[in-house]
Write a protein that binds this ligand. Structure first.
Ligand code: FAD
Length: 490
């Protein structure tokens, strides 16, 4: 069912190229190039009603908006190059085998996905197909689950994984973007009018979505523009600025990587081209290797989506505290940097990485609310919401993940703010009710003298909340609980 890559030239074949939402591009698309090289090709996207209906779209409104952008551009580009992206309503496990048979294709090709539910889907589709389902690598830089320790086990620590990656992974050259595409075969064209389940790219209105203009625009051309802008502006100082929440110091390519509007290889090669062996280049590629690590972990340990990576955390006594949960999700905990992160998420479908770490640490350690609740909330609103990376980020923050931050490291939201948002600009952007407060109090407004608060138009408890928990008390409460719980559990 799978192929690492393919260059064997075969006699003309007919291939169904199954685009499936993580490869919404024409550049560096190995299955597409392979299909073109072999002969006829039919590009397909299955519009599964489970995802493409208002109730479900409301569960992931920003990702859906980004996906629709990317899908529209893909359909337009495929048409411009001489073919047509066929959009067909139904479940992949039914639609793909039916169409493969109806159009007498020789193969179905797609990119491999790492998630357990996607792997199960692919097994079902493969079992129902009368021809091979050929899955190509490309979601990651190197096939997940192939780098192994000296004792042939998956890596559980990032640094040796990274060392192995840098020593063993060879990142192939990019596949060229096709200048034209073979037209749909005539017999396929003639069956289209009778294909009742054929559809077009749904509009946001079809799915009951109201457009949020603050969400990044999806699509291959926008991804490429973002990569170019990053190379031009922030890349050279990535190592110094990546943790600064107040600066545009990172690439903002995460949603593009998630939806494949750009490939990981394109980003990897661009970083080598633009940054070479500089410190900025190394630090940036370190993050891309973290992405590899999270995907490999999910490949080897699919159960992490259901339970903590570290079994010692199973059954951890997280609290059900609806008041605290509401304060955290709405950005009203009284800790400015935590609140800025929550509001950035709701407004933009994105949160700066440092702010994600602070906010996740606060939810799990200060408020003792399960990382799984935070993880699900982020999955709902993040445009880049990705099963592997989001789960890893949350488990890392809670202390129960693969090579996680030790449980006893509890972020102090005030000192984190002072260090990574020194002028308070990040807080002021998302928590405007604090915007007039002097910088020295911006990360701890309750320490400001009454006159400073009055001058900044702030009434604690009215215009901005008092802290929901006291930092030192919350820290000790978590440490005592975790120490006690983990004592005899290895
Ligand atoms: C609680 C939490 C949840 C997260 N959820 C997600 C998620 O759902 N999707 C997601 O893509 N990232 C997630 N991350 C990782 C990280 O926050 C984002 O990838 C990053 O903020 C995206 O911004 P950027 O594209 O400007 O990153 P850059 O700093 O420019 O990094 C380049 C790319 O490297 C990858 N990357 C960067 N940091 C990490 C990391 N720590 N782990 C894995 N990959 C990384 C991303 O693909 C990113 O686009 C999460 C982190 C935490 C702490």
């Amino acid at each position: 069912m799978s192929a690492r890559s393919s260059s064997t030239k075969a006699s003309a074949a007919r291939t169904l190229v199954w685009f499936r939402g993580k490869d919404l591009r024409l550049s560096d698309h190995v299955p597409l190039c392979d299909a073109i090289e072999r002969g006829e090709m039919i590009p397909l996207f299955v519009v599964d009603p489970f995802f493409f209906e208002p109730r479900r779209a409301a569960d992931l409104p920003y990702r859906m908006q980004f996906l629709l952008d990317g899908l529209s551009e893909l359909a337009q580009e495929i048409a411009r190059l001489g073919s047509e992206l066929l959009l067909v309503r139904g479940k992949s496990v039914d639609v793909v085998p039916q169409l493969a048979k109806r159009w007498s294709v020789d193969r179905v090709v797609a990119h491999r996905w790492v998630e357990p539910f996607a792997r199960a889907r692919d097994r079902k589709v493969a079992a129902r197909l009368h021809v091979p389902l050929v899955l190509f690598e490309g979601e990651t830089l190197w096939p997940p689950g192939t780098l192994r320790t000296g004792s042939d086990t998956p890596f559980s620590v990032f640094t040796p994984f990274k060392r192995a990656f840098l020593a063993r992974a060879t990142i192939e050259a990019l596949q060229p973007r096709p200048e034209s595409l073979p037209p749909l075969p005539a017999d396929v064209m003639s069956t289209l009018p009778s294909l009742e389940s054929r559809t077009t790219v749904p509009s946001p209105e079809d799915l009951g979505l109201s457009i949020n203009k603050r969400i990044q625009q999806g699509g291959e051309s926008h991804a490429f523009a973002r990569l170019q802008r990053f190379c031009r502006e922030a890349a050279a100082h990535y190592d110094e600025h990546r943790d600064r929440m107040d600066l545009a110091g990172t690439s903002r390519l995460s949603a593009d990587l998630k939806f494949g509007t750009i490939s990981a290889r394109q980003v990897w090669h661009a970083s080598h081209r633009e940054l070479g062996d500089s410190r900025a280049g190394e630090v940036f590629r370190n993050e891309l290797i973290w992405r590899e690590f999270t995907h490999s972990t999910l490949w080897d340990r699919p159960e992490v989506l259901e339970q903590p990576y570290k079994s010692s955390f199973e059954g951890f006594p997280w609290r059900d505290d609806e008041t605290a949960w509401r304060a955290w999700t709405s950005g009203t905990t009284g800790y400015p940097v935590v609140d800025a992160a929550s509001r950035q998420l709701l407004q933009e479908g994105f949160v700066h990485n440092r702010a994600r770490m602070i906010a996740a640490s606060f939810l799990t350690k200060h408020l003792l609310i399960s990382y799984q609740r935070g993880e699900a909330h982020y999955m709902k609103y993040l445009t880049d919401g990705d099963w592997a990376q989001n789960n890893s980020g949350w488990q890392w923050s809670a202390g129960c993940g693969c090579d996680a931050q030790p449980y006893f490291r509890v972020f102090n939201p005030m000192t984190q703010g002072e260090k990574f948002d020194p002028q308070g600009d990040y807080v002021r952007r998302y928590v405007p009710e604090l915007s007039n407060l002097e910088t020295k109090y911006i990360h701890a407004p309750w320490t400001a003298p009454p006159l400073s608060l009055r001058q900044a138009d702030i009434t604690l408890g009215a215009t901005y909340p008092h802290p929901i928990v006291e930092h030192r008390h919350a820290r000790e409460r978590f440490l005592a609980l975790a120490k006690q719980y983990l004592k005899n559990r290895k």
